[in-house]
Write a protein that binds this ligand. Structure first.
Ligand SMILES: Cc1cc2nc3c(=O)[nH]c(=O)nc-3n(C[C@H](O)[C@H](O)[C@H](O)COP(=O)(O)OP(=O)(O)OC[C@H]3O[C@@H](n4cnc5c(N)ncnc54)[C@H](O)[C@@H]3O)c2cc1C
Ligand code: SF4
Length: 304
């Protein structure tokens, strides 16, 4: 149905992001294909030892309290928006959530008054007017930890089924931010066996009760005593896609995790973070705070 509907058809799960965006005329959909009543999409299968499959229509609340999901992943789900929105919002919707920008997440009247921007109805970027691209910010809380843990997503479309690493779902583009056809449905997230991997998610936002991340860090690491065997550090809220901090991963591997290494890894992780003046609070301060959230996430994961 979604493939036949064309450009004006959109998939909807909990609708917690899509419906407010529709009301502000950020999308021009005339047909919605609902996903939450598909029972196959609503289950969590497997266990920590053998790996888990999380149906895309599982709510964030259900994921947050599931005992077999990695601690960092459940923690990220528990930190999305507010309790009411977590009861409706889903894992698939969170992975596919639209990118955000202060000049775009506004009413149509507001956007019209400033002449619109290239993400919807206009042709320039109001944050970086000389830029040929949109820098709207990837703001999913669960995507960074899913990437750090080596998760994969299952996609089903008119052409059949395919599975790809969560990281490969994203493009560094504020408008065309997903590497999938609009009609392809994310049916599940697969997380590999725990295998001694520890994980954590730390999030910075203005109000702890509801706001999107303005800097977040998902960490997965495996330790041998005090030494890091391997680590993956992934950031949210600092680019148009979840940003993999590979410099930090390389620095951490094979070294003793002490405060000096944590400071150095956080500095390396902050390098690819490019906050712009299009989200809450000062972008200069947000850039500085990336180090702090990375340090906290590393300490928290190691202590688990
Ligand atoms: C006030 C407020 C605060 C919020 N705070 C946060 C926050 O802190 N962190 C955060 O990450 N999000 C936040 N959100 C956004 C949203 O609530 C969550 O991201 C939620 O997980 C979205 O899930 P959903 O099922 O409601 O998605 P929907 O709104 O139904 O859909 C979101 C997008 O994903 C697509 N989609 C949904 N499911 C699928 C699927 N299975 N396959 C393919 N495409 C799909 C839709 O077409 C749409 O483009 C907030 C929203 C509001 C209104
Ligand atoms: S980054 Fe630029 S183009 Fe993208 S939504 Fe913001 S103002 Fe519009």
């Amino acid at each position: 149905m979604a493939a036949e509907g064309g450009a004006t058809t959109m998939l909807v799960a909990g609708g917690t992001d899509l419906y407010p965006n529709l009301k502000r005329r950020q999308f021009a959909a005339d047909t919605l294909v609902g996903l939450t009543h598909l029972p196959e999409l609503r289950a969590i299968g497997g266990d920590a030892a053998g790996g888990c499959t999380v149906g895309a229509a599982v709510t964030l609340s259900a994921a947050a309290r599931h005992p077999d999901l990695p601690a960092g992943y459940a923690e990220a789900a528990a930190l999305v928006s507010s309790p009411a929105l977590r009861n409706a919002g889903t894992i698939g919707g969170n992975l596919c959530v639209d990118t955000r920008c202060n000049y775009y997440n506004q009413s149509q009247e507001w956007r019209k008054a400033i002449g619109y921007c290239m993400k919807k109805d206009g042709d320039i970027c109001l944050v970086a007017p000389s830029s040929p691209r949109c820098w709207a910010v990837s703001s999913s809380d669960t995507a960074p930890v899913a990437i750090a843990l080596g998760g994969t997503v299952v996609l089903v479309g008119a052409e059949g089924e395919r599975e790809l690493p969560v990281a490969a779902l994203y493009r560094d583009d504020g408008i065309d931010y997903l590497q999938k056809q609009p009609w392809e449905v994310v049916t599940a997230l697969r997380l590999p066996p725990a295998g001694g991997v520890r994980s954590a998610y730390v999030k910075l936002r203005r109000r702890g009760s509801i706001d999107f991340p303005i800097a977040g860090c998902g960490v997965a690491l495996r330790m041998d005593g005090d030494t890091v065997e391997w680590a993956r550090v992934v950031l949210s809220g600092v680019g148009s896609h979840p940003v993999e901090a590979r410099g930090a991963d390389e620095l951490l591997a094979g070294r003793r995790l002490d405060e000096e290494l944590i400071t150095a890894a956080a500095a390396a992780a902050a390098k690819p973070a490019k906050p712009l003046d299009n989200a809450d609070l000062s972008y200069v301060w947000r850039k500085r705070m990336v180090r702090v959230v990375v340090e906290e996430a590393l300490r928290k994961a190691a202590a688990r």
